[in-house]
Design a protein around this ligand. Sequence first.
Ligand code: SIN
Ligand code: FE2
Length: 213
Amino acid sequence: MLDLFSDEAPWAEPLADGAVILRRRARQQGEALLTSIAQIAEQNPFQHRITPGGYRMSVAMTNCGDLGWSSDSRGYQYTEADNLSGHRWPAMPQPFRLLAQTAAQEAGFAGFQPDACLINRYEPGAKLSLHQDKDEKDLHQPIVSVSLGLPAVFQFGGFARGDGVQRVLLEHGDVVVWGGPSRLRFHGILPVKPGVHPLAGPYRYNLTFRRAR
Ligand code: SIN
Ligand code: FE2
């Protein structure tokens, strides 16, 4: 199906030094990305992980790539297999890798080689509290985040949890890249509002590409 909005050219919106929103950058590929996500989830279903503190996360997660991120009572970690199913994570589809690499390059981070892609699924009400992405070995490598489906408000803060945050709406096809001096900024997602997206139904999906090791 042709995306009705696919003729809208992407544009860049700076967020901070080393951080930029590439608006609509992945919109043309949105439907293909969602199809791949469904195939990955057939192999390793979305799961609501338990945080080390014992809370069930409202976001459901799966992964693709050499490594996948997950959480359990022992803590947060990157592993080669899903600790719930015992299966290795499905390979990262080539179009995912290419999108992440080119978006990183456009944001000023040439040579990004992601080895992990965390796939988050938000149902209405699901949120991600302010956190830093700091489980990766090489913090010189950026994070590339691709939003699909229902919109959500992204909070982009400072280097302490209590710092002020920018709030920006992320819509289907928006790509956020943060690295360099912004790599350890706190960020999160406010509760997703109920809705129906023509391609993703009642969900927001987010892919985050990382170089984990
Ligand atoms: C994340 O911080 O890992 C995901 C952010 C998002 O869902 O946009
Ligand atoms: Fe994050």
